[in-house]
Structure formats: C-alpha cells, structure tokens
Design a protein around this ligand. Sequence first.
Ligand code: UDP
Length: 691
Amino acid sequence: MKLIVLGLSLGSSWGNGHATTFRALLKAFAARGHDVLFLEREVPWYAGAHRDLVDPDFCRLEYYPDLAALESWKDEIAAADAVIVGSYVPDGVAVGRFVQAHARTSAFYDIDTPVTLAKLERGDFEYLSPEIVPGYDVYLSFTGGPTLDRLERHYGSPAARALFCSVDADKYRPLDVPKKWDLTYLGTYSPDRQPTLDTLLVEVARRCPDKRFAVAGPQYPDDIDWPANVDRIEHLPPVDHADFYSASRMTLNVTRADMIAAGWSPSVRLFEAAACGTPILSDRWDGLDQLFEPGREIMLADTTEDAIAALREDAAAMGQAARANVLAAHTADHRAEELERHLNEAMNKKGERMTHTTRLNGKLTLVAGGAGFIGSHLCAALLAKGDHVVCLDNLQTARPSNLRELESHPNFEFVEADITGPLPASVADRAHRFGRVYNLACAASPPQYQADPEHTMLTCVVGTSHLLRLAEQAGARFLLTSTSEVYGDPEMHPQQEGYRGFVNCTGPRACYDEGKRAAEALTFDYGRMGRAEVRVARIFNTYGPHMNPDDGRVVSNLVCQALSGDPITIYGDGSQTRSFCYVSDMVAGLMALMESGGDGLQPVNLGNPNEMTVNELLGHVLALTGSTAAVEHRPLPIDDPRRRRPDIDRAKALLDWEPRVPLAEGLAATCAWFAEELGGAGGQPMVAAAE
Ligand code: UDP
C-alpha cells in the first residue's frame, strides 16, 4: 500500500522518542513491500546538527515549512491508501482536519496516549481535539486496555487499537560481558519515578553494601545522596545500552505515573532490557501481566524488602524467558504486521461505510434547526447512523430539552446561533469539514412564524443564503426543508410538485410561504449554477414527540387540551383537511432525499397522504385520551388552506420511500409523550390504549 505519515520527526532523534519509533516501525513496514512517504514539519530545533537521519533507505522523507505548504501535498495525500498523523505534530488539529478532508483512510498514531487524554480533558488541544477523534478511521495507541474503550466510547473513535512500542532486536541482545552490577536502572530523571527508584534501588543499595548498583541517565538533581555502591552514569548513548544491560544481573523497570494510571503502557526500555536477556524487576501496573508472566518472565516489587528478596534469586532463566517473549511478539516486524492489519481493517471498514453512509472522510453533518421538533429527531437518527452531527439552533421555538438525550453523545455538538447572522466561528472556521448541511431552521407553526414575520422572512432567505454559502465552501450537499405552504390555499388536490401554488403574497402567512418560496429559488439557483449539490423537501403536516406544547399547531393543541381538560379549540367548523405524517417517517424521508441520486433540481413532497378533516383528527384524539373536554370554535385564521394532501409519487419513485406509521400508532406515541411532558395534568384522563 501507499502510506503517508505526518509525524513529529523521522529525521531527528534529538530529545524525542518519536524518531526512533518511526524509524523502526516504518523500516519494517516498508520491508513488507509498502511504499512510505514521511512528511515532517521543518522546525529549527530538529534541523542542522540535530538531524541524524538525512536520507533514509526505507522511505521518502520530505519537509514542509508550514501548514499552508501542506496544500501542495494534497494530491499525494488523496492518492495514498492511508495517511497517519502522529501525536505532537505541530498544528496537529489543523493537520488532522486537512488529512481527514483529503485522505481515503486516516489514522492517528498516539505515542503519548495518557498525556494526550490528560490534555484533552483539560482543554489543551495542542495536537488533537475531541472533535477530530471520530474523523480518524483508526486510533493507534501506545497504550492498550481500557483506554481503547474510552477512545471509542467517550471520544467516538470508530476503532481504537493498541500499537505498542517495539524493540530493535539487532541492537538489543545479550552481549558476552562480565557482570558488573547486581541491579541497574536506565532512565532520565523524572520526579514521578524517583520515589520508586529510591525504594527499589537506592534504599536497597544502602541496605546491601556488598552489592553493586548503577543508575544511568541524565538530569538527576545534584542533591541526591547516592550510596557509595551506586555508580552514576550521566550519559549512556544508545550504542552502549545492550552492554549496560548485559553487565547487569538484574535491571529495574520504573514506570511513569501517567502510564501506571492508564495501565497497558509498556515502555521501550522494558522491551529493550528484556531483549538483552536481563532479568527485570518491575513496579506494578495493570496490564503488565498480560505482556510478561509474573514469576516466570518478570519479577514484581512494591517494597525495598521485595527488591532485596529478588536480588537473592537466580533469575537468569527469567531473563531468557522474557527475551523469548519479546522476540516472539514485540519487535518492529511484529508492529509492522499489526500496523498493516489495523490499516487494512480501517480501509475495509471505510469502504463499507462509504457505500452505506454519508460520512465521507469523517465529514461533519450540520443540522440547522436541530433542536426543533423534526430537527432533534433528525439529529438522533444521523447519530445512530454514525454521523458526527453539529446542531445549530437559536432556540427561538426549539426546546433545549429536545436534545437532552443527545448531549452526552460523543459525536454530537450543539452551537447556539441564529442563521440570519454570520455563521459562528465554530462552524465557519471548519467549513471544509462539512459533508452534509440540513436546513430545518425556521419557526414553522403559523402563530409562531407570524409573531415576528420579518425574522421569519430573513431566516428563510438570508439564513438559507448563509448555509448555502457554507455548503458551497465545504463542497457539501445541502438540503432545504421547504413546506407544503408553498402551495398556499391550493386549487389542485392532492398537491403535486409541479403545481405552482396559490399563495397570497400580501397576507399574514406570506412571511413564511413567500420566504420558503424564495429559499427554494435560491437553493435551486445554487444547484443550477453548480455552486452546491442541493435537495429540496416540501414538508407536509408532521407530528410526534418533541412538538412544543405551546407551538399552536393542531396536533399539539388538541392533544394538550384533551389531556389537560382545557377547552378544545377548533378553528372554523373543522371541515378543513390536513394529512398528518409521523415524525420518524419524515426523518427517514429527509435522510433518503439527502442521499438520493440525480441532480436534485426538483422539489420532493414528503408527507403522509392520509387526509382527514380537523374534526376527524379531534375524534381520534378524544378516543385516545378518553377526554370529555368541551370544544370551543374559533374563527378560521386568514388564508388557512381548505385542503391539503401531498401527492408523494415522486418520493416513492425517487427515494423508494413512503410513510409507514399509521395515525393510531403515531398519535398514541404522541399522546403518551405529551402526557409525560405535562406531568399528568390535573387528574384528567390520560392516554387510553392505542387502537
Ligand atoms: N387548527 C385548529 N385548532 C388549533 C390549531 C389549528 O383547528 O388549535 C387548524 C388550523 O386552522 C388548520 C389546521 O388545524 O386548519 C392545521 O393547522 P396547523 O397550525 O397545525 O398547521 P397548518 O397546516 O395550518 O400550517
């Protein structure tokens, strides 16, 4: 395969463990017949004399000066089979977004997982942010165990897999040198490791003056009182490591606090010491026993006494067993094989996802109006499908409680904003990441949209324009939810999409009807001009849970009034007709339309053709609730359409879609939901059994 890696460094091992890790892994990976390109950000501290690998023979190594320069690698990134971004890559979040937008399969390789997660938790997004985790097809981690679960469940990674460090078995092997020390430790000073080093080595040295010890590594403070039988080696170059281990009867493995907390985080030193056949005395952490068998391949110690007891044992066989284990499972060749397996798995899964879902290259789905009645159900369905959803809503008519169940979903984000204004930076700044834009943002109930008609008109026209521009910039597909109101008080029945409508452009409904007609015009213009791929749904009356009890529409009014025993308001004589579609059917229709083929340059009616009068609807509501509330007739609102019923032949043909939920079922679910919302409303009869 062709693999591109954007890692912290391959060219310089100066002050970082990444270069040696990448060198070993990619060399072994290339040896398996793969083509590797390493892209490294040019930074002054890894340049000049600090560059200790200039022209690797196992891969191409190229430098890019800054983020903007990555643009020139776009085609190569798009052509690669997989692209890996490593931890600590400068501007890692932006690099990650760029890679996710262009690569066929992307992976994050975290050589510092516990550090990364601690950073994410405190809001430090130096090289990774929670929002881009789901966009990586696989998260490869130096830490295994429950951390992988956390990455998948909490952060929404589609697949988190362990890819531990490994050992270079050519460099780390037993050497025939005399034993100089009984117990050694090789490692840079670290305050969190020092107490263990004190307990398991320094104090042991004090109590065993006849034995010899060594501590190799830089940065130990001058005030440490080393016993006389401890040799201090300030700098031990890697070429001398095998010699050091081979001269040790036993060596100590001390783990950093964050690695102990995470568990399942073997250090490279652990594998290197084992590869030299040196018996290892280790501190204790979860997962260690799954790598080395305690008592057979490794010894564990908590106290000075434990360490002294270990020194008394003849542990040579243990060293050999640990070495055999490392050679069988922890060399760079093993890691390269695992990497190949994980990438293949990600590529295959990605292939499946691309044919089954809209989520291309980890793209985001924007749902404007996502906190509203239909919008909240749409968000839930998109999340269930695996989309990463950004919900934008001004909460004008929506209820935040509609999002209660979605808020904790790792792939869900809520942004409070009004689309009549410029889109907020949290959306605009990552425009390129959106793959789908749904526009459901607008008050849709007659009393609500007439309450602030100017805002309604601007939401339809200016708001839609803002979202269309976003879709154009993103290269995203855009879906407008238009309305059956574009047909006005129709003279054609049922209404087909070809019917041009009978709208009163000067009446109180015009702000919505004409607003949506203008929004349609704008959307189709974008589509015709090739500025965005567009879809337009004309939504007919829809009902279900999450309707606002104060919404003012007929289903919510009648159900709430019936449940609470308030007078039931019927406008006019109740002989006007509507056709009511249950919300889950509507959401399925919207998603099917979004993903449908064709040029999208024709509107599609979505609704349930099951037409009934308002009086008939009332009959169903009364039967279901057992309510005996009185009916109060009110004047018919101006321009209230007399009849409405969708012709859904186009939706059937184009989307293979039609409503499935019968009124009795949908209404029962709706009544039950409102009954719960209203909290049992004053002892009035509650929902009777569904018909
Ligand atoms: N309606 C009614 N009582 C109400 C609310 C609405 O009789 O409490 C009537 C309204 O006049 C219209 C029909 O029910 O004829 C549907 O109204 P809704 O507000 O649900 O939406 P519309 O279809 O008019 O957009």
